[in-house]
Design a protein around this ligand. Structure first.
Ligand SMILES: NC(=O)c1ccc[n+]([C@@H]2O[C@H](COP(=O)([O-])OP(=O)(O)OC[C@H]3O[C@@H](n4cnc5c(N)ncnc54)[C@H](O)[C@@H]3O)[C@@H](O)[C@H]2O)c1
Ligand SMILES: [Zn+2]
Ligand SMILES: [Zn+2]
Length: 340
């Protein structure tokens, strides 16, 4: 077999294109040629050594779609030629959480493309067949690349919801925040206000259906968001998760309301526990997704509730992965895709 190319982050800020032998294919596994690999906020944070859960060396590529080229012994769910996307959680299937259908919370969880010894940012990848979802024919490659990223806000909306008729705030107008907006609209929220320090991102949020946006750098951001919302927030989705956003989120939540932590915090924060207790605030951590979230994500894309043209804004070859990471972190793009 011919060698394959793989992106490896060897140390904070240092990335190389490695040439190596293809991984062996075990029973129950599938080999696929990578077609699109999305660059995620988690990837750019990890590149710069700012992701708390990803050690070096780092083999990126959890947002990957591909075409199956070989199936291992005993694989009956997909065949050669199938277009697939990966659900990158790698559960043990034996722990308490896995047995309760919460494999995203597996007590022994590994994560393809995040801290695992393999990711999809390569010419091809090998993964267990049970981690694959077949891409429907009516979704093109760009739309399919959004199945995984959209599944995170779908999951967050489900566990922090129901959202129907609710007043919602979303902090951060990056890819995750904007997809969270799509979920909020799809689920029928009454009103949604978003924050971001970047005017261009706020502009996109307005274009994609936010009722109002507020500059996150304003000293009175809480007052401005409350005013724009017209009431306290039933649910606040913090898609940034730093000290200032978590504090603002708690201040904005209605009594009995929910603050959903969707962003991966780079550091611990302090929170006003008295407000939490007295206002009976629920802090809801949100960790990836399970298959039903993938199903809703696919249905939303098929229904046109998320349009690939609004989100996929840049494409790079694998040889320019570094440029792709820089573009993704630069603030000017939404979803950046790499194509081997
Ligand atoms: N919970 C999960 O399972 C999960 C899954 C995927 C990604 N994430 C996390 O979600 C977060 C967002 O991901 P992304 O891909 O959208 O990243 P991104 O970098 O594209 O977007 C972040 C946005 O937040 C904005 N921002 C920065 N400071 C802000 C502030 N104080 N107030 C409001 N907005 C601010 C930035 O300008 C940017 O637009 C990341 O932390 C990522 O690691 C979590
Ligand atoms: Zn991601
Ligand atoms: Zn488990």
């Amino acid at each position: 077999m011919t060698d394959i190319r793989r992106i490896v982050v060897t140390a904070p800020g240092a990335m190389e294109l490695r040439v190596e032998e293809p991984a062996p294919l075990g029973p129950g596994e599938v080999r696929a040629r990578s077609v699109t690999i999305g660059v995620c906020g988690s990837d750019t944070h990890a590149l710069h050594g700012r992701h708390p859960l990803i050690p070096m060396p780092y083999f990126p590529g959890h947002e990957v779609t591909g075409v199956v080229t070989e199936v291992g012994e005993g694989v009956a769910t997909v065949g050669v030629g199938a277009r697939v996307t990966v659900e990158p959680t790698l559960p043990c299937w034996t722990c308490k959480q896995c047995q309760q259908g919460q494999e995203n919370l597996c007590e022994n969880l590994q994560f393809f493309g995040c801290g695992y010894l393999q990711g999809g940012m390569a010419d091809e990848f090998v993964v267990r067949a049970d981690r694959l979802h077949v891409i429907p024919d009516d979704l093109d490659d760009d739309a399919a690349s959004l199945i995984e990223p959209l599944s995170t806000p779908v999951h967050a909306g489900r566990i922090a919801g129901p959202l129907d008729g609710k007043a919602v705030v979303i902090m951060g107008c990056g890819t995750i925040g904007l997809l969270m907006l799509a979920v909020a609209r799809y689920d029928g929220v009454r009103r949604v206000v978003m924050t971001d320090p970047l005017p261009a991102k706020r502009e996109i949020a307005l274009r994609l259906g936010a009722d109002a946006v507020v500059d996150a750098t304003a000293s009175d951001v809480v007052e401005q968001v409350r005013e724009a919302l017209g009431e306290s927030a039933d649910v606040v989705f913090d898609c940034v998760a730093i000290q200032s956003t978590i504090r603002a989120a708690i201040a904005l939540a209605t009594k009995g309301g929910t603050v959903a932590i969707v962003g991966v915090p780079a550091a611990d924060v302090t929170i006003p526990t008295i407000v939490l207790q007295d206002n009976q605030i629920r802090i809801q951590g949100c960790a990836t997704y399970v298959p039903e979230d993938y199903a809703k994500s696919i249905a939303m894309l098929q229904a046109g509730a998320v349009k690939a043209g609004d989100f996929v804004t840049a494409h790079f070859p694998l040889t320019q992965a570094r440029d792709a990471f820089d573009a993704s972190a630069g603030g000017g793009e939404i979803k950046v895709l790499i194509h081997p």
